[in-house]
Design a binder for this molecule. Structure first.
Ligand code: GAP
Length: 551
C-alpha cells in the first residue's frame, strides 16, 4: 500500500482544476471522490511514492455516468429490462432477463444457505401473497403504512416530502455546508418522529426547495399516502372483499409462527425465513431498481425470549454485515445507520447501507420488533400465539412458562442486493499499452454469484472441435451453468463473457483432440493455462463452491 498525493487528470491528461486526492490503495481500481469516480490503469507506471508527481493514469467519470452505464449494461447483456417495454414500460416495474434471473437466483441461494441451511434453528417457508385482510389491520399497515407526500401545484408532480429534504441534505453536504446539512437532518428527523406534517412543509419552504420540474415553490400541504395496493377477491364485485398485495413478506411468517413451531417442534430461540415478492405503491419511484413498486424481500424473523432481544439484535446486526462482506466487498462501502424514527412495531432498528454511485442507501434492515406483531395477531384473530418455555428462570427457580415471543427481524431487499452486486462488479478496464488502445467491460462478480460459471469455445467450427467441446460441456453442465459459443473470434467471445462475469472461458483446439487438454482463461487476470479436460470440474468447482463464502 502506498499513498500518493496526486492531481486528477482526465484520460486526455487535461487537469481537473482544484482537485487533489490521496490515493491510498494504489492498486485499488476504482475510487469515488464526490460525484466523480476515478479509475486507475494497473498497467500504467505508478509515480514514485516519495515525489508528488502528477498521476496521469486516471480516467475520470461522473458517478451519474457510471450509474447510467451500469443500467445500459444491465439491459444490453440480459440482466434487467424495463417491464412492458414494447408498451413504453410501466413505472418502477422491471423484468429480469436471462442473466439477471441467474444472478438473482444465486443471490437467493447464498442467502438461503447462510440463513436456513447453516443454522439448525432456522427453517424456511413460502407463504401466499394474498392474505386475510384483517392481517393488515392487525399489523398496523392499513392505518400506519404511509409516506408523507407533497404536490407541486404547477407541475402537478407528487414527491415524498422526506426525500425532497434528503436530497437537499445531500446537496448541502456536497457543497461542504456540513452544519446546514446536519441541522436539516436533525429537524427532519424530529418532524418525522413527531409525525408533524406541517413542520415538514415548513422545512421545505424554509430551505427554498423548488420542484425539479416546474422550478416553482408552489406546494400543497403535506399529506399521508398509504402504500398498499388493494384488489378485490371474489366473483361478484358487490360481495367481494378488499384484499391487499403484501407490502412485506414478514406477516406471512408471523401468521404461520405457531404452525411452524408446532410442526417443526422448534424451541426458542428459532427463526423462520422466507423469500418472496412484496408490493408498495411508492409515491416516487426512482434510481432504477432501488425503489420499485413490485420487488422481492429476503426476510427472517427470529423468535426469542422477552428480555433477550437486545443481545440477539446485536448478534444479528453483526452476522448480517459479515454475510455481505464475505463476498469480498470493500468494507468501506458499507456502514450502519441507526433509525431515529422507529417503525410502529420496533424498539430498535439499524440499516445496513451501501455506497451506491448516488450515495449511501439502505440495503437491509435489522429490526427489533418486540412482541408487537404476534400480540396484535392474538388480539385480532382471537387465537393464542404463546410459547411454553420449560427452561428454568435462574432468578425465580421456576420455568419461564407461557409468553408471546419477541422478534428480531433481518430484512434485505433482493433487488437492491442485485444492484449493489452489479455496481460493485462493473468495471470499464483500460487495457491500453504504449502502442495500442484497448479496453474491456468486465463484471468482476464473485464466482459463486456469476450467472454462467464457464463458457466453452471450440477454436473453429470444423475438424470435430464443436463435437469435442459439446462433449466436455455435457459433462460439466450436470454441475454448473455452462454456455457454449462458437461464433466470432476467440477475443470477441472472451469480451462477451467478461461482460456477463463468467469466471472461466475454456477453449477446445486441435491439441485437445490429441491429448484431451484445453486452455482455460481466467476472467480477472486474463491469464491462460493448459489443463487436462478431466480436471475442469474440480477447477471450476473449487472456485465457485459455496464453501468459499459460507465457511
Ligand atoms: N419487514 C420489514 C420491512 O419490510 P423495510 O425497511 O420497509 O422493512 C426491507 O424493507 C428492505 O426491503 C429494505 O432494506 C430494502 O432493501 C427493500 N425495499 C423496501 N422497499 C423497497 C422498494 N420499494 N423497492 C425495492 N426494495 C425495497
Amino acid at each position: 500500500m502506498y499513498s500518493y498525493e496526486c492531481s486528477l487528470h482526465t484520460r486526455s491528461e487535461k487537469k481537473i482544476p482544484g482537485n487533489k486526492v490521496l490515493l491510498e490503495a494504489a492498486f485499488k481500481k476504482t475510487i469515488f471522490l464526490g460525484n466523480t469516480y476515478l479509475k486507475v490503469n494497473p498497467k500504467s507506471k505508478f509515480p514514485n511514492p516519495k515525489s508528488k508527481i502528477i498521476f496521469a493514469a486516471i480516467m475520470s467519470k461522473s458517478t451519474d455516468e457510471l450509474f447510467k452505464n451500469v443500467i445500459s449494461h444491465a439491459k444490453e447483456y440480459g440482466f434487467v429490462f424495463p417491464s412492458s417495454e414494447i408498451y413504453d414500460g410501466l413505472s418502477a416495474v422491471y423484468d429480469y432477463g436471462q442473466n439477471g434471473a441467474e444472478l438473482k437466483n444465486n443471490i437467493k441461494t447464498y442467502w438461503w444457505k447462510a440463513m436456513v441451511q447453516m443454522n439448525d434453528n432456522i427453517v424456511g417457508i413460502d407463504s401466499a401473497i394474498f392474505m386475510h385482510p384483517k392481517i393488515w389491520k392487525a399489523s398496523g399497515h392499513v392505518d400506519g403504512f404511509s409516506d408523507p407526500m407533497i404536490d407541486n401545484k404547477d407541475s402537478k408532480k407528487r414527491y415524498r416530502a422526506d426525500q425532497l429534504l434528503e436530497d437537499k441534505i445531500a446537496k448541502y453536504d456536497s457543497e461542504g455546508k456540513t452544519d446546514k446539512a446536519e441541522q436539516l437532518q436533525h429537524d427532519m428527523d424530529e418532524a418525522l418522529k413527531a409525525e408533524d406534517l406541517t413542520r415538514l412543509r415548513d422545512l421545505i419552504i424554509e430551505h427554498e426547495l423548488a420542484c425539479p420540474v416546474s422550478g416553482t415553490r408552489n406546494w400543497t400541504e403535506v399529506r399521508q399516502f398509504n402504500l398498499m395496493f388493494s384488489t378485490q377477491m371474489g366473483a361478484v364485485a358487490d360481495d367481494a372483499d378488499t384484499i391487499y398485495l403484501r407490502p412485506e413478506t414478514a406477516q406471512g411468517i408471523f401468521v404461520n409462527y405457531l404452525n411452524v413451531q408446532k410442526s417443526g417442534r422448534m424451541k426458542i430461540p428459532f427463526g423462520i425465513a422466507q423469500i418472496g415478492k412484496a408490493f408498495r405503491n411508492e409515491v416516487i419511484a426512482r434510481q432504477f431498481i432501488i425503489r420499485m413498486r413490485e420487488f422481492e424481500q429476503m426476510e427472517m424473523q427470529f423468535f426469542v425470549r422477552p428480555g433477550t432481544q437486545k443481545e440477539w439484535f446485536d448478534q444479528w446486526k453483526e452476522t448480517r454485515l459479515k454475510w455481505h462482506l464475505a463476498l469480498g466487498t470493500d468494507a468501506a462501502k458499507y456502514r450502519y445507520h441507526e433509525h431515529t424514527k422507529l417503525a410502529h412495531y420496533a424498539d430498535a432498528a439499524y440499516d445496513i447501507e451501501f455506497e451506491f454511485p448516488f450515495g449511501f442507501k439502505e440495503v437491509e434492515g435489522i429490526h427489533s420488533r418486540t412482541n408487537f406483531d404476534l400480540s396484535q395477531h392474538e388480539k385480532f384473530s382471537g387465537k393464542k400465539l404463546q410459547y411454553f418455555d420449560p427452561e428454568v428462570d435462574p432468578e425465580t427457580g421456576k420455568p419461564f412458562g407461557n409468553y408471546v415471543p419477541y422478534v428480531i427481524e433481518t430484512s434485505i431487499g433482493l433487488d437492491r442486493m442485485f444492484l449493489l452486486t452489479m455496481i460493485n462488479a462493473y468495471e470499464e478496464e483500460d487495457l491500453s499499452t504504449e502502442d495500442k488502445q484497448d479496453s474491456r467491460t468486465v463484471l468482476r462478480l464473485h464466482p459463486c454469484l456469476a450467472p454462467v460459471k464457464a463458457a466453452i469455445f471450440p477454436l473453429t467450427k470444423k475438424d470435430g472441435l464443436p463435437e469435442k467441446a459439446r462433449e466436455i460441456m455435457d459433462k460439466l453442465k450436470l454441475d454448473f451453468n455452462i454456455q457454449y459459443e462458437e461464433k466470432d473470434a476467440i477475443g470477441k467471445r472472451y469480451r462477451r463473457q467478461d461482460a456477463i462475469g463468467t469466471p472461466f472461458c475454456i477453449t477446445v483446439d486441435h491439441q485437445t483432440l490429441e491429448d484431451n487438454t484445453v486452455t482455460i482463461r481466467h476472467r480477472d487476470s486474463m491469464a491462460q493455462e493448459r489443463v487436462p479436460a478431466d480436471q475442469l470440474d474440480k477447477i471450476i468447482g473449487d472456485l465457485v463452491s459455496w464453501r468459499n463464502v459460507l465457511s
